[in-house]
Write a protein that binds this ligand. Structure first.
Ligand code: AHM
Ligand code: MG
Length: 352
């Protein structure tokens, strides 16, 4: 019989391998897991919120009518603001650095998160997700700073996501493999269901938004034809696109494949892509790499980008390493004009 291992137990056991570890970091991950359970509960009843919330006398504050992404944002903040473990936070839903209220102690880590990714899918009962990552604070002083947050992805100490799908799963890495846990609703625990996830060598899917193909660069077009088996000798892959990156990535992580949201031509809507480097890109890139895959912005490793602003965008190609390297190859060959445009943005200096 397989051992039953809760996420708490798994995190504690991992921590034991590091003598001297204080457990602070483990507890912080556990706080995120608890926030995920609350968000999962609300996400599951999203279709009922208007009906129940409007009539419930128990809830005069109107909290239930709150938009789910705002609710998720607040839950993650409230779970972490008073623990003494976190020095600052940043959220995709907030413009600026989120400071720890003065009445609480601060700690050695900063937390970055996208509280509800793919939120356009909530109203139509399609999977959404939460993405998070953790950097170690390195500046002096008690408060976390923008510099603590805007570190390169390769310096992350942990990252993960929660997918609110047909079941709720939390997948995380601390740099020692990628592990997945499924929420048992009956007991309210995340149970280890996918230990040591490795992206399969043979890919099955490619995932991208074909609706914006008219804005694509030539390199992205060539890549897509390659993945479709039209150009070159690669067997044709199936196309799947949900529009929630967590869900699209999760499927491709378990089944093999590539997800891309490229930068577009200069005069089109998204020359630098859509995905946010700090809340989405770095975390996913760390997980992809830990699972034996790779994530690139089309030029190089996303984990090597030196961030210059909180809401920085990044083009993204991630999944099986050989496919992502193929994307880099096509972009180098066909998209030099776009590369110059994007490089100017990518290499901007951080201004405080
Ligand atoms: P969001 O953070 O506003 O939800 O946007 C990010 C999402 C990703 O999850 C998804 O991959 C992408 O937007 C879909 O965008 P599009 O509808 O342009 O394909
Ligand atoms: Mg998002």
């Amino acid at each position: 019989m397989e051992k039953l291992i809760t996420i708490e137990r798994h995190m504690q056991d991992t921590q034991k391998q590091f003598p001297g570890a204080t457990g602070t970091f483990t507890k912080m991950l556990q706080d995120v897991a608890l926030a995920a359970k609350i968000i999962s509960r609300e996400t599951n009843r999203a279709g009922l919120t208007n009906i129940l919330g409007a009539t419930s006398s128990e809830n005069p504050s109107g909290e239930r009518q709150q938009k789910l992404d705002m609710f998720a944002d607040e839950i993650i903040f409230r779970m972490n603001d008073h623990t003494g473990r976190v020095a600052a936070m940043v959220s995709e839903e907030q413009d600026d650095l989120i400071e720890i209220p003065v009445e609480f102690d601060t700690g050695n880590y900063v937390l970055l998160y996208d509280p509800l990714d793919g939120s356009s899918n909530i109203d139509v009962n399609v999977s959404v997700g939460t993405i998070f990552s953790i950097h170690r604070k390195f500046t002096k002083g008690e408060k976390g700073t923008i510099e603590d947050v805007l570190q390169e992805g390769k310096r992350l100490v942990a990252a993960g996501y929660v997918i609110y799908g047909s079941s709720t799963m939390m997948v995380y890495t601390t740099g020692y493999g990628v592990h997945g846990f499924t929420l048992d609703l009956g007991v309210g625990e995340f149970i280890l269901s996918h230990p040591d996830i490795r992206i399969p060598e043979t890919p099955i899917y490619y995932s991208t938004n074909h609706g914006i193909e008219k804005d694509w660069t030539e390199g992205v077009r060539k890549l897509t034809h390659y993945l479709q088996g039209i150009d070159g000798d690669h067997p044709a892959l199936n196309q799947r696109y949900i529009g929630s990156m967590v869900a699209d990535f999760h499927r491709n992580l378990l089944k093999g494949g590539i997800f891309y949201y490229p930068g577009t031509l200069e005069n089109r809507k998204k020359p630098y892509g859509k995905i946010r480097l700090m809340y989405e890109g770095q975390a996913m890139a760390f997980i992809a790499e830990q699972a034996g895959g790779y994530a690139s912005d089309g030029i190089g490793n996303i984990l090597n980008i030196r961030p210059h602003t909180l809401h920085q965008r990044t083009p993204i190609f991630m999944g099986n390493r050989d496919l992502v390297e193929k994307a880099e190859h096509f972009i180098k060959e066909y998209d030099q004009e776009w590369v110059a445009l994007y490089n100017e943005y990518r290499n901007r200096e951080l201004v405080i």
